[in-house]
Design a protein around this ligand. Sequence first.
Ligand code: ADP
Ligand code: MG
Length: 346
Amino acid sequence: DSDRTASVSGSTDSDKTPVRVDSQESQVSDTETITDGHRWPRQNSMSMREWDIPYEELKMGEVIGTGRFGTVYRGYWHGDVAVKVLNMSYLSDEKTLEQFKNEVSTFRKTRHENVILFMGACMQPPKLAIVTSLSKGMTLYTHIHLRKDKFNMNKTTIVAQQISQGMGYLHARGIVHKDLKSKNIFLENGKVVITDFGLFSVTKLCFGNRQNDGLSIPPGWLCYLSPEIIKKLHAHQLHAEELPFSKASDVYAFGTVWYELLCSEWPFKSQPPEAIIWQVGKGMKQPLANLQASRDVKDILMLCWSYREEDRPDFIRLVNILDKLPKKRLARSPSHPIHLSRSAES
Ligand code: ADP
Ligand code: MG
């Protein structure tokens, strides 16, 4: 950079370079100013730029499943895709919609092995559809809770590392997932693919999640929510926009996924919502006495589940911590069982 500046200021010929760059920049912003200067409604210019998959180009197939935000269809658009159709409320205001569009426009800049390929979105009021690559694998949820697949410690660590890498990437891009859970993590031939990042903010636009004008609490959701979020639920305000999601709350959710991987069940299993809300809000954690794993493996849980946001590691640190887990376990001899420290528990 400094080299460039030196050569530019040192030579009259190269004056053209900065001039050309400048004019290019001003051209771009002129175009935008002109467009907006004519007082076109904002969403008009947006709809052309940000919603580039025309609905009629999408071939819709069968329903794959229904979740919090709407229905996921198998689709075809230059190959197999997954189409998530969000059921929007007719009452959604323009501002909220615009916010969401802005948020979605950041998804298209995501390029990472462990993050689902975001292909685009399209909109046909009141329907908003998000198009991603179709995952051929199964979710971690299916592996762990439905098929009861058991991952050995080595595989568990690799999966957790890939999740951390994908999440670290999203965070570096300024994207908070807000709904990290085993149902949103696919395993494709051993490769982790994270889906549904950032979509939680759309819940306020959706039908089907509302109960007395607030969010309902789907089963299995609470255990991913950090204390600072749980405490907001407690105040019987269940509006998504008021929940303090953050990078640190994503790390808390990762802790729960790490627990699922290790224990094949959810923390606070079969406890009523009020009991979970009360305990987590007070800083209590799922006891690990029955978890047969080494101290360092349990430490990761305790770090991610830290009560204070600032005590939770970021994903870059988690990648490092996971990397340092002893790999000896790979070729474990019978004389070195996995239960290294059954008693060490807090
Ligand atoms: P949830 O994440 O709570 O399961 P979703 O609405 O995200 O709810 O998903 C509904 C169904 O569609 C789930 O079975 C999910 O595994 C599946 N699904 C979501 N996204 C994809 C995708 N990109 N490829 C394949 N299946 C998907
Ligand atoms: Mg999902």
